[in-house]
Design a protein around this ligand. Structure first.
Ligand SMILES: [Cu+2]
Length: 131
């Protein structure tokens, strides 16, 4: 019994510590480029699938000038008040996320790095548009 309650308090502590860090602009989940997802072009459309996590959005790479069909997967239990809405100001996109598959479409017209984030700007990531 003691072990279980100690474990629960420990897990809650880690969670709150991580949230506190995120609030001060530090993320425990470092953005690593090994997680960079590359779109696959098929019949004139580039498809990309990514999975978000608690406090984490993956960076993606897309090609300029080809319509993007982006599927964002929210695993069960991973949706929260922070990661539940994605903003991509450069493309005028503001999408509420739901558990399961979410779809975002846009056409990148310029080679640039487009920042995207959660609605509060806490979780930051990017869309790398290449030739
Ligand atoms: Cu947030």
């Amino acid at each position: 019994m003691h072990t279980i309650s100690a474990l629960i308090i420990f897990v809650m502590g880690i969670h709150m510590f991580s949230n506190g860090l995120a609030l001060s602009g530090i993320s425990l989940m470092q953005k690593t480029d090994k997680n960079m997802e590359m779109a696959v072009v098929e019949n004139g459309i580039q498809y990309i699938r990514t999975e978000i996590d608690d406090g984490y959005y993956p960076a993606i790479t897309v090609r300029k000038g080809i319509p993007v069909e982006w599927t964002i997967i929210v695993p069960e239990g991973k949706l929260n008040g922070c990661n539940g809405e994605i903003l991509i100001p450069a493309y005028d996109i503001d999408v509420k996320l739901y558990e399961g598959e979410n779809h975002i479409s846009f056409i990148p017209h310029t080679v640039e790095i487009v920042p995207y984030s959660c609605w509060m700007g806490m979780i930051k990531s990017s869309i790398d548009v290449v030739n």
